[in-house]
Design a protein around this ligand. Sequence first.
Ligand code: PMV
Length: 334
Amino acid sequence: MVQAILGARARLPVREVVEIFAPANIALCKYWGKRPGALNLPVTSSLSLSLGNRGSRIRLRVAEGPVDDVCLDGDRLDGDSAFVRRTRAYFDLLCGPRRPAFAIEACNTVPTAAGFASSASGFAALVQAVDAIMGWGLQPAELSVLARMGSGSACRSLWHGFVHWHRGEREDGMDSFAEPIPTRWPELRLGMVVVDAGPKAIGSTEGMRHTQQTSPLYAVWPEQVARDIVDLRVAIEARDFPALGAVAEGNAMAMHATMLAARPALCYWTPGSVEVLGRVWQARRDGLELFATMDAGPNVKVLLLEQDCAAALERIPGMQIIDPWQYAGISENP
Ligand code: PMV
């Protein structure tokens, strides 16, 4: 597949150094489940919102020595660490075995210490950095396909705002890429609530596999996603916040329900997660429009509108509120 995209392009750098930023993203309709094979092909489409200036910044240059040199948030990483091994494997995939060694400085502006996954923004930044240093000039859809190979959700992190990852039909995965949705919604905000900062016990790939193989509820998941994607597209187009929030929250709860029904049950929630969910639901009963979503971990993300930020912080102290429309140092909201 990489060969089909790169064709006869040279796998040699044409620039000395490049610097790229890619935003993290949170799915409003989740990707949960892979088709067979090693291409990270999803069972369903999914839809996300990027996190503005929260993501990964990568500075890539050709290394002076013969081995890759990887720094993350200012610390040089051990060559055997999982992060370095995954990065090296991705360079090999893109550039082949006779590639030069790279020096990479990665810096995350997502609250990483807070346990929010940054692999999506990391691989999205990395593929764009390799494209730029090699002078390949790949199309956005091609970059999205290659980012998907690093981490599925990375294919959505090439753009700001709302992004729709099309499942695709082809077995070679060439039609499974993401595209931006042009609608902007400057009042929309996303709150991050840190429940547990530690790494998750079961990664998303393993969690998906276990759910697909053992959960009787997984059978209905693809049909639900198909409906949720349509409803989300309509809600985004109409900027209908209660509709958007209700579908996004329902979709996340349905995903976790498939995991709870797996055998044995897979539960990423902790008592802290349930407490935050309770606060979100109580706020809604009191007329404050907050909606929750959760990924493969215990932390809770809250969808809300700009006008409700102060009231939301009273309900959920410590929540970090992110403006998805603020990036590149420019705010759309003066
Ligand atoms: O991209 P991965 O393999 O880390 O999987 C992401 C899975 C979820 O975060 C739970 C859902 C999603 O669509 O981002």
